[in-house]
Design a protein around this ligand. Structure first.
Ligand SMILES: *Cc1c(COP(=O)(O)O)cnc(C)c1O
Length: 408
């Protein structure tokens, strides 16, 4: 006997749960791609995407994952021999720079303190020390999906301004866009990178890059430009064929349009607020479970924690057994620790299409599995998470008498 039968739930930090509305919107036969609906859809998506990153400037859609979007950002703005300052709180900003290094970019990594966000003073000091203005760009991830640390992107802008440093600010928002507050223009971000499959609730396959005016200027001088990724070619107003440098990802575009409709209906700020509640519920649960040599949050400082994913350290409790029991016996897939030992931690993705039954079901299931393993637990994470959800829930008043009275 197993309890796993029923609708499986995948709570990993991307790809995230795809709403049925998005799946249904994609389930259509191929249309004419030369003219008509799909061309109009493409232009309307390009018009709608800037609002998502809170910018007035242009967005580009690549047929790629986040790694492709990184490459689009790098090759369009930088030149061979340029140096990049990498602000690292985990893996991802460095992985981005390592890819750029294959094209001849040099980089230096500035590490944040262990399990914490990047420090304003450290960034400011390093930028001030760069008297020769060697750094052409700063790479930073808003949420690092491995450590689940969140960086203060506006603070990085302040450091650049205080140091009077001309480097481009390039932000990886793959795991945070549509989950965390992000204000590309107000925060002075020059390039924003995202993908379709995390906060945006669309299957993997679209890389999205937003380009501010300073990045566009750098693009004019960049010598790493390649035909496939080139923004200028993809901007040609008379040749929609070049927007995707070839055949458009039609089904993904329908999916993205539906997801943007859902985002508009809920409101971006409400979405940020919902993610904040869900994240606090997860944090409260893990804090409640905490016990010596057992579970604890990876990120101790609340303001340094991501709103979209949480790394849970498991001490002497084998995380692999937690994940495999959740999946095999309860139909719940949790995220792997990509920070080394897979038995040392697991991750809970809480991004995108997520409501309390999904979240409390996840927390309650983990708690049941911990119980089945006789793992040490300080207290009930399920009760702690429910109490966070309760504080954010408005009771609905008794409705006026209506047809449902037939049932009473
Ligand atoms: C997922 C992720 C990426 C990589 O995206 P892929 O689509 O897997 O290539 C890059 N940066 C961050 C912060 C991510 O979470």
């Amino acid at each position: 006997m197993s309890l796993r039968y029923g609708r499986p739930l995948v709570m990993i930090p991307g790809p995230s749960v795809i709403p049925d509305r998005v799946l249904n919107a994609m389930r259509r036969p191929l249309p004419n791609i030369y003219e008509g609906e799909v061309v109009n859809l493409t232009y309307s998506l390009l018009e709608r995407l800037p609002a998502l990153a809170r910018t007035e400037h242009r967005a580009y859609i690549a047929i790629s994952n986040g790694h492709g979007a990184w490459e689009m950002a790098t090759t369009n703005t930088l030149s061979r021999g340029d140096k990049v300052l990498v602000l690292e709180v985990g893996h991802f900003a460095t992985n981005w720079a390592e890819m750029a290094a294959m094209s001849g970019i040099k980089f230096e990594v500035l590490h944040a303190p262990d399990r914490a966000a990047i420090e304003f003073d450290a960034v400011l000091d390093r930028l001030r020390a760069d008297v020769g203005r060697e750094f052409a760009a700063v790479f930073v991830a808003q949420t690092d999906t491995s450590t689940t640390v969140r960086n203060d992107i506006a603070a990085v802008r302040r450091a650049l301004d205080e140091a009077d440093h001309p480097a481009l600010l390039m932000a990886d928002c793959v795991a945070s866009l549509g989950c965390e507050p992000f204000e590309m223009d107000a925060w002075g971000v020059d390039v924003t990178v995202a993908g379709s499959q995390k906060g945006l609730m669309v299957p993997p396959g679209l890389g999205i890059v937003w380009v501010g005016p300073k990045a566009w200027e750098a693009h004019q001088r960049a010598d790493l430009r390649t035909a496939y990724w080139d923004w200028s070619r993809r901007t040609d107003p008379d040749a929609h064929y070049w927007i995707f440098c070839g055949t458009p990802p039609v089904q993904h575009l329908w999916g993205l349009a539906e997801a943007l409709d859902m985002i508009d209906e809920e409101g971006l700020e409400n979405i940020w607020a919902r993610h904040d509640v869900m994240a606090r519920a997860v944090h409260a649960a893990v804090d409640a479970w905490s016990a010596p040599d057992a579970l604890e949050l990876n990120v101790p400082v609340p303001s340094h924690r991501s709103n979209s994913v949480t790394l849970v350290r498991t001490g002497e409790v084998p995380a692999g057994q937690i994940r495999h029991t959740c999946e095999g016996e309860a139909g719940l897939t949790l995220g792997l620790n990509i920070q080394g030992d897979p038995d040392a931690a697991f991750r809970i993705g809480h991004m995108g299409h997520l409501n309390p039954p999904m979240l409390l079901g996840t927390i309650g299931t983990i708690e049941a599995v911990l119980g089945s393993m006789d793992a040490p637990m300080g207290g009930s994470g399920a009760a702690a998470a429910a109490s966070v959800i309760a504080q954010a829930t408005t009771p609905v008043p008794k409705p006026a008498p209506g047809p449902e009275d037939l049932w009473s």
